[in-house]
Design a protein around this ligand. Sequence first.
Ligand code: MIC
Ligand code: SF4
Length: 641
Amino acid sequence: MGKTLTYKILEEHLLSGELSPGNQITIKIDQTLTQDSTGTMVYLQLEAMDADKVKTELSVAYIDHNTIQSGFENADDHAFIESVAKRHGILFSKPGNGICHQLHLENYGVPGKTLLGSDSHTPTGGGLGMIAIGAGGLDVAVAMAKGSYELTAPKVVKVELTGRLRPWVSAKDVILHVLKELTVKGGVGRAIEYTGDGVKSLSVTDRATITNMGAELGATTSIFPSDENTLVYLKSQGRANVYRALKADPDAVYDSELVVDLSEITPLAAKPHSPDNVDTVSNIGAIKVDQVAIGSCTNSSYTDLMKVASILKGKKVCGDVSLVISPGSSRILSKLASNGALADLIDAGARIIENACGPCIGMGQSPKSGAVSLRTFNRNFKGRSGTQDAEVYLVSPETAALSAITGVLTDGMKDGGILGEIPAADFPKNDNFIVYPEDVNAESPEIVMGPNIKPFPRNTRLPDSLEARITMKAGDNITTDDIMPSDSRLLPYRSNVPYLSGYCFEKIDADFAKRCEGEAAVAILGGENYGQGSSREHAALAPLYLGVRFVVAKSFARIHRSNLINSGILPLTFENPADYDKLEQGQVLVINDLRQQVMEQVMIVEIKETESKFKVRTGFSASETAMILAGGKINMIRENS
Ligand code: MIC
Ligand code: SF4
């Protein structure tokens, strides 16, 4: 039986477990990446493990999320990360170098290697034929310390691409189309593998846009084959030496299949407030636009920005529109500067901001009240832009640039005129933004900790029984942005969980943190796909700090479920989803014989007020059970060492 590309690479990296869908496996991790907003926790936890030099082939610490440094807090976080990087043999990418995923693709990604990153969009590397997976910070810390990662082997979905995209339609429209088909939970427990004739019409950066937003499907990872286009890209980056051709066997067997005819796709947009709320631009119509933001790890490649420059050249951004552009990397910005495209952007009236995540994570450029903002980003969750009542639409760079000129959402296929080809470019090596660990003289460099860096909360061993009050009854598709919001106000406190916890669930229920104060133990109820979105551990650590001991939901998103277990919080799923409707905020849930029950597949939970009982599923692997019993992963590691 033929093999999928996903399973070929997993097999090459398999350390233990039986490689078939649904089984727990441990794989060798070749590379890791971290970014600053999850990185402080990663490195505090690495330090807590008394780790030595990293065991990976390459580990990089990027600074890209919070680069504003409006107070000392953020600069202190960067200094802390840099000092840990020096001690453990990790490359440090200074602020200003660019967005982690774009930089990793350009400089370090290698076909056939594994990459684990403390950011949900790490699967961007799948555009180069890597198995690239987003994970919680502690899992990435362990991968650095041990060189391995434990995961559930995914089912593999085949997305067969046929035909060719028409002008004004691009990779963003492809992934929006897939999101419309599969939804934000359609990828949970799955890897998305792209095959078919249409693949050869997509460049590596097109592919990376698609694999990047596979995170929005909830997928474990997404991957393209490595072919001639991969070689062209690696050559342009001066790295042809790492090329390796890779593809699935022709008779590979997949769990399910989706056929996408590229030539049928038209410009699409994800409407507020979910990346799968997709419609065609022409159906949505010419709504008035207040802001256009181009950039993020999804759409900030050289080709994307050259397309934008060619659309804006000689034109004027509409008077009512604020257009902001954040290039993906220093080398892209430098190239745009040297070939004149930067001048075309500025002359048209675009604001050029730093090569960083910027507005994508609400770090500035929040739209005005009630504004319509078109963004080439990957997430349009309510309030993520920093403006609670803004209407954010996710679109391609082409649609964004054209709409910035017209001032209304515009379909380029109808009103865009002729789009020129973007000539290929080479990118000379420039690592002036990189601090190499070998540049450091000291044997064991000192760790620099500013006053805002607080210890991360630790759980205690699982008790024999637990009584916890339902302090939040949340609905379906709750995001980690809902649980632990992140914007310019809160991002400087990513290394200060006690402070952050005061804002837990703030956007959907401002009193949540206060209500937790008087409770000995807290339970949360959730609907489907609880914890979708980012990899931020803070969405588990802040609840832990507030006393949350378990979450009962209809289903969980992959990374958040792991983050809860790593923190010793039990993610339990309703055996009968209808029980969700019977429960109310304020009731107390009791679990007796907890240490015993946690080892069973099904647990009994009692509602104290009514003495009625309902069943929940545990579904924990052996190592997950051990973590929960110990009160979290760090406790388990310490107990075993
Ligand atoms: C995001 O896009 O939501 C983030 C910010 O990059 C997060 C990481 C974080 O919260 O720091 C992610 O995608 O994992
Ligand atoms: Fe940064 Fe946005 Fe990408 Fe997250 S999605 S890594 S915030 S650019």
